[in-house]
Design a protein around this ligand. Structure first.
Ligand SMILES: [Mn+2]
Length: 371
């Protein structure tokens, strides 16, 4: 199949003109019934291209870190690739440093490899990016299926819709391909998709959640393996979680509705706790924005959570810390400083003290007028 034109690459209903994004529910609601039915027939627009592509050795990449939406999107895409006669290999970035992701991997038998295992020299026939910035792929992907805004075009075609979860888009492809969700394999896949959509849409509460998210979630809930699902939802919380909560709570500084705290020096394998604590502390009565900082493997890791709708978290993170970014309500900055690695303990602790003071100062200075 010839490379599709730019117009084919960007998916939108004809009637909406040059919209480059998939209609969100508010747009869909304002459409006439005729337009709505056009939208319904426009499912899985990349399937014809995938059918034509050489999928014999396909690499599937996802986001900067490991998360349930990325894992389930990769698992669904891998299933489609195999159904189309190809072989799929999934690669993750970052690390499995969250206990729920570790449980999900184990319970569902997922086997993604770290991106360092990917060798561009191996003859890959196809590269697919799902649920993450495609520009982070080691090479320009052939296909992009995503709900994140993308900075560049793929080689062949993309399907980017600004909805709650990539897993919901992938579910649509799976339905179109006739994936059997009734057998053991299918119910495991449905379980993965459930966790992906639940997590990214925060149980349907994020503003970007769309009817496709709800439809996919409802369907997959009815097909899931309930035992596995419960195991993942009720994942065992490691002991260090409570230790870290205590450390974070003891170290906190509250100014107005801002809470800033530091967790000290922690290993990469526990790095996921930083954003979990930010999330938990921002639920405290009277607190609207939480900044949690830790030194994780020689990097300064800062996580921000906010329920303050007047605070632009992306702007806050960039202005306060000079790097990183965010989306509505959540942000992160990770400042790698190789100089800080493998220091004698005493020096590490001194360094941590100073760094924490600096982060606190910057965070509170910027937010002084927005308490
Ligand atoms: Mn996602």
């Amino acid at each position: 199949m010839d490379k599709p034109s730019q117009k084919e690459r960007i998916v939108y209903p004809e009637s909406l003109g040059e919209l480059t994004e998939y209609p969100t529910d508010s747009v869909v609601d304002s459409m006439s019934d005729k337009t709505k039915s056009q939208r319904v027939t426009m499912t899985a627009p990349l399937l014809p291209f995938l059918r034509e592509a050489d999928l014999s050795k396909t690499a599937i990449f996802s986001g900067h870190g490991v998360d349930p939406d990325g894992l389930s999107s990769q698992a669904t895409m891998a299933t489609l690739v195999e159904m189309l006669g190809g072989r799929a290999y999934s690669f993750y970035r970052g690390s499995f440093n969250r206990p729920q992701n570790i449980t999900m991997r184990q319970v569902l038998g997922l086997r993604p490899q770290h991106e360092t295992e990917f060798n561009v020299e191996d003859e890959w026939s196809c590269i697919i990016s799902v649920d993450g910035p495609a520009t982070a792929c080691p090479t320009t992907p052939d296909f992009i299926i995503d709900h994140h805004e993308q900075a560049g075009d793929p080689k062949i075609a993309s399907d980017v819709r600004f909805i709650g979860a990539t897993a919901a888009i992938m579910w649509e492809y799976a339905m179109e391909m006739g994936v059997n969700f009734e057998d053991e394999f299918g119910s495991r896949l449905a379980t993965a998709i459930c966790i992906g959509i639940k997590t990214d849409t925060k149980d349907g509460t994020v503003d970007s959640a769309s009817s496709l998210d709800y439809e996919a979630l409802a369907y997959c809930l009815s097909k899931k393996d309930n035992e596995l699902y419960k195991q993942i939802l009720n994942f065992p919380k490691p002991l260090y979680y409570n230790d870290m909560f205590v450390v974070g709570w003891k170290n906190k500084t509250i100014e107005g509705s801002f809470l800033v705290t530091g967790l000290g020096i922690i290993p990469e394998s526990r790095g996921g706790v930083v954003s979990d604590i930010a999330e938990r502390f921002s639920e405290v009565d009277g607190i609207r924005t939480t900044v949690v900082v830790a030194m994780v493997n020689g990097s300064i890791d800062i996580s921000v959570r906010s329920t303050n709708s007047s605070l632009d978290v992306n702007e806050f993170v960039r202005k306060a810390f000079g790097v990183g970014g965010g989306k509505i309500g959540a942000g992160r900055a990770r400042i790698p400083v190789s100089l800080f690695e493998n220091l004698p303990k005493e020096l590490s602790l001194e360094l941590w003290d100073t760094l924490y003071k600096i982060v606190k100062l910057k965070a509170l200075a910027f937010t002084g007028d927005k308490r």
